[in-house]
Write a protein that binds this ligand. Structure first.
Ligand SMILES: NC(=O)c1ccc[n+]([C@@H]2O[C@H](COP(=O)([O-])OP(=O)(O)OC[C@H]3O[C@@H](n4cnc5c(N)ncnc54)[C@H](OP(=O)(O)O)[C@@H]3O)[C@@H](O)[C@H]2O)c1
Length: 340
């Protein structure tokens, strides 16, 4: 039986989603994949809990009862604790910071320096330092996987890496932010203002208390940067993206577009010439990009020999995102064991 030992940093929505997923499916992974997933460290903003094989259910209980795993572990920083723990994969699930990439960037660079593989759902480090991270990973012979960073459970990176090996992707465009798409969908279906649609999204737990990263287009821009670097081989950072959000979109504009056969969508686009744009677009209603409603995401890949490929799925949600994180962990474990 192969074993993969995880050090999970970040126990918020996605980190706890991963604990729930492990609780539900760990036995199945052992039985069907011959892979035993062990938790050897978990961390939140206040501390770290390490052990030989922590029980995910117990981690959830401690986090919910005490608010922090430091209560049963230690009040140390994750970067420090990583040095003393034997693990195979760092699972980095701290909040996104698109200006510094921190604290995720330091966690990721530390794991690479220690020769450990990395799986992350955190867009920040990759949006500000994709090239630096990949160079360090190559020098240290470790794998970095980040399926959940663009589109949650919607598979894009792994689809291209594993299934589209014989083709070149020429351009990528799509709806990559579920909150914005939900807001635009509500504005269209109810005729309500942007502020009212945002308030509605907040009351349903879809939009954050400060939704500006989504509404101003920066979250979509991060995803475009990661997609462009990873799939189009365009070296870029968040500073290279031309970003316009949906702040100025009115119900009237949506109504007029609708009457003329269009929907307004916040579309992110990248091509091989390095054009990187996020902006509200008029999309014909017959286009699959216009058809995604509510929190759903969609991506269109234009390829050289395989034509046009669409992928659609849930762009967020704790369990959905954790499922993409887990797929990355499994693929790293499988590849590491093949390479021996
Ligand atoms: N939620 C989604 O559906 C979704 C989808 C795709 C991608 N993502 C990305 O996945 C990441 C995690 O998202 P989330 O929704 O789980 O975020 P979250 O609920 O805000 O949780 C973040 C976690 O990181 C911990 N943390 C903060 N600073 C830390 C530090 N210096 N050291 C160790 N832990 C630290 C927090 O600790 P405390 O618990 O002590 O506060 C918390 O447990 C983000 O980068 C997000 O953009 C999320």
């Amino acid at each position: 039986m192969r074993v993969v030992r995880l050090f999970v940093v970040g126990l918020g929505a996605v980190g706890q989603g991963l604990m729930r997923l492990l609780k539900k499916k760990r036995e199945q992974y052992a039985r069907e994949l011959g892979l035993r997933v062990e938790l050897v460290g978990v961390a939140d903003s206040r501390g770290v809990w390490t052990g030989e094989d922590l029980d995910p259910e117990e981690v959830l209980r401690v986090k919910s009862e005490h608010g922090t795993v430091a209560e049963v572990g230690e009040e140390v920083e994750a970067v420090q604790a990583m040095e003393d723990v034997e693990f195979d994969v760092l699972v980095e699930l701290t909040p996104t910071d698109i200006e510094t990439g921190e604290p995720g960037l330091s966690h990721i660079m530390k794991a690479i320096e220690l020769g450990r593989h990395v799986v992350t759902a955190n867009k920040g480090p990759l949006a500000v330092a994709y090239g630096e991270i990949m160079r360090a990973a190559e020098e240290n012979g470790v794998m970095i996987r980040y399926e959940a960073t663009a589109g949650g459970a919607m598979p894009v990176f792994n689809l291209v890496r594993e299934t589209l090996k014989s083709v070149d992707v020429l351009s990528i465009e799509g709806v990559l932010n579920g909150t914005v798409n939900y807001v635009l969908t509500r504005m269209e279906s109810e005729g309500i203002s942007l502020d009212d649609a945002i308030a509605d999204a907040q009351s349903r737990g879809i939009a954050e208390a400060d939704p500006s990263m989504d509404i101003e287009g920066w979250d979509t821009a991060c995803k475009i940067v990661i997609l462009a670097n990873s799939i189009l081989d365009v070296p870029c950072t968040i500073d290279d993206v031309d970003v316009t959000g949906i702040e100025d979109i009115t119900p009237e504009a949506i109504r007029i577009a609708n009457e003329r056969g269009y929907r307004i969508k916040l579309v992110g686009r990248a091509d091989r010439d390095g054009n990187l744009v996020v902006r509200p677009c008029l999309v014909p209603k017959s286009d699959p990009i216009a058809r995604v409603r509510g929190v759903m995401n969609v991506v269109r890949l234009e390829t050289d020999v395989a034509g046009t490929i669409y992928v659609s799925g849930r762009g967020a949600g704790p369990l959905e995102t954790a499922s993409a994180v887990m797929s990355d962990i499994i693929s790293i474990a499988e590849r590491a064991s093949r390479e021996g």
